[in-house]
Design a protein around this ligand. Sequence first.
Ligand SMILES: Nc1nc2c(ncn2[C@@H]2O[C@H](COP(=O)(O)OP(=O)(O)OP(=O)(O)O)[C@@H](O)[C@H]2O)c(=O)[nH]1
Length: 874
Amino acid sequence: MTPKDEANELRQAAESRLKASKDMARLDYADQARLVHELQVHQIELEIQNAELREARDNLEIALTEYTELYDFAPVGYFTLDRRGHILKLNVAAQRLLGGDSTSLSGKTLQHFVAPEDQRKFALLLQRALSPAARCSADLTLLTGDAPPRRIHVQSDAANNPRDETFRLAAMDVTERNLADDARRLSESKFNALYSAMSEGMALHEMVLDLHGNPIDYILLDVNPAYESILGLDRAAVIGCRGSQVYGLTPPPHLEQFAAVASTGHPILFETLEDPAGRVFSISAFSPAPNQFATVFVDITAQRALQRQLERIAHFDSLTGLPNRVLLADRLRQAMYLALRHGKCLAVAFIDLDGFKAVNDQYGHDVGDDLLARLAVRMKHALREGDTLARLGGDEFIAVMGDLANVEASTPMLERLLDAAAEPFQANGVAAKVSASIGVSFFPQIDDIDADQLLRQADQAMYQAKLAGKGRYQLFDARQDRSARDYHDQIAQIRLGLERSEFLLFYQPKVNMRTGKVIGLEALIRWQHPIRGLLSPAVFLPLIEDHPLTVDMGEWVINSALIQIETWLAQGLDIPVSVNIGALQLQQPNFIERLRNTLAAHPDVKPGSLELEVLETSALQDVSKTSRVISTCSEMGVRFALDDFGTGYSSLTYLMKLPAEILKIDQSFVHDLLMDPEALAILEGVIGLATAFQRQSIAEGLDSVETGIMLMRLGCEQAQGYVISPPMPADRVPDWVAGWQPDPRWAATRVIRPDQLPLLHAEVEHRAWLAAIKVALDGPHAVPLRMCVHPCRFEAWLATERGAQLLLKCGKHELHDMHRALHDQAEALVLRHEQGERTEELEPELGVFLKLKHEFLSCLEALISSDVVPPARR
Ligand SMILES: Nc1nc2c(ncn2[C@@H]2O[C@H](COP(=O)(O)OP(=O)(O)OP(=O)(O)O)[C@@H](O)[C@H]2O)c(=O)[nH]1
């Protein structure tokens, strides 16, 4: 029944009741009362129904409002269209899509807004939308006036009503989403193209963690083709595998670094030597997702080699392989710093060849080049390990010699440099000869001086050497140079320093290496300059060398040393102290008298506690006078030592005349002892001389335990040097004396027997020879190496009956083969180097060579220290 039918029925019921009420008057009271009651009940029911109807209507209105709001403000556009596509109704979102309002758009067709290319698609959509229960969709482009085209996704409603031939479409703006999809697809395809085509290897990994969250490995998730070709690994074989399996290492390479990247997300970049082939990789790692890391790597082996080569070109002279001007500046600054720090002297030699132009002119530039390269090697050998030889250009070289005790200590190297340059040059049928003029400057000087000034001074001195006839060296005369300027000022400053007690004595111990006894202390002067700090004597002593002030200074030193001895005696320390006496002081007519007076002023000090050291060269200036002084001093109980012994070329006659008790062997021989056969020969001679003339010998400048062992083998047990102790302030001496322990290897070292001496020589000769080969191989040119004279000392020793016996007894038969192999390897290396092979190419053979060298020297050393000589020889 429809609501209309219901209303009719109600109306009819009411009319029949009205009709019945006309008979009301005939009704009794009870009927009337019942009727009234019914009427009241109906009225109440009607009121209730009325209230319910009102509520229902209100709810309907609320629902309608909600629906309209939802409809209007839905983010999706809704259209109600008739079958020809006319817009009957549309919500706000749909209006926005079409760029108009409800009034202006109603009645228009939606086709009107569809882009031409999508018209057909829309027609099909209309057709399908009108078919019953069809739900269909399409993506269309809408063109709305001047606004940019919008892309929409439309969907017809399945509840379309085909009877009234209207239907609804929902439309969503997908313009932005499509653009984003397009961009993502583009970037993905770009990435894939890049990933596949890039020359860098790339791999994506996921970390493998243990139960506690600690990284233990990583799994390869993906790798690119470059990864496969660089590492020679197959993609299929590595994906899904752990790094430890793939690379055969546990933990896998760089686990910690990569774990840090995966956990923190901070990218890293590092270089690493990655595989046994010695390839160098640059690896960058970043984290694309939590617990993952990606690596991008590239083989930079060639790049590094090129870089090394460029660095070499930037710092080394290509012709000689020596440091160039740039590197020289660096080395010189460094050497100056070390000289100041260790209180040592530094010499800078400016070397210019004489007659080099003639070689060029006569034989051509190539021969000139060859000569320069060979000379460079020779001159390098003339210097000590640690010295620098650089080429400035043309025929100019610079030698930087550090760690010198004094100016004189440079003499042996300068002589050797002159000899090296003057040695005739022969190659390819050409015989040429040049010489060198050398100018030398020293550092530190009394004035502050920089590296450029030092070089200029050396250059100036070299010019003087040329003027004086070439083929010689000339020391830059700082005094002469200064005399023009401020020599007197400097002297006045030193005098003032003396008056103001700015000078002080440091003490360097002298010990017996075997017993560990401290046999004395050498007093060494220092200047505590109020502005320039602690100055070494090299800065101020040369300046006053010939000045009367040197006598005052010398007396101050003796007096101060005696006061110090008294102080130590009072503390229970009784050790002799030696002081240095300059030539001028020694030549003073009243030297003895003044010394006697000074000693008398310190009655507690035994004269035997004072020792005077005089330079061998100073002593030789007036041998008979010096000899008299020494004798008188001996009678007084004061002992004498000849300092820097070996540098003064004194003959045996002079030595006999100079009754000094002690010979202090010059540190230049001591320093080179392990590497220089000549130094060994000189030392052997000096120690033999000291024994023959019943003098004591003590080695100066001992800087390694090994050199100490060598000295002891040669019979010299007393030494002084940095390896024992550098000079120290007086107040540190008692503690040092109480605490010093000699190296235990010294106590175990015996004096070598004469039949073992050839072995010692063979050892040093081989060390020098092997070092020379290494230097030559490092040079850029094929250098024909003169090897040890054949047969070398070791071979000569082996050929003797004693040598063969000794080898047999000590069971070191392999030494013979080892030695032969060493020579063969060296010859092969030199030959290949001469044929132009580069040092890098020789690397593997060089490794074998160095190993052989080490084994041979160790075996030789074991042989020397073994006690295998028959007792009869002892
Ligand atoms: N072969 C060769 N010659 C060079 C090179 N650089 C410069 N020279 C030449 O070296 C010569 C150096 O000149 P000088 O120092 O005056 O020649 P010098 O005959 O030694 O003259 P003095 O120094 O006065 O003894 C010049 O002829 C330059 O052309 C080089 O790299 N190779």
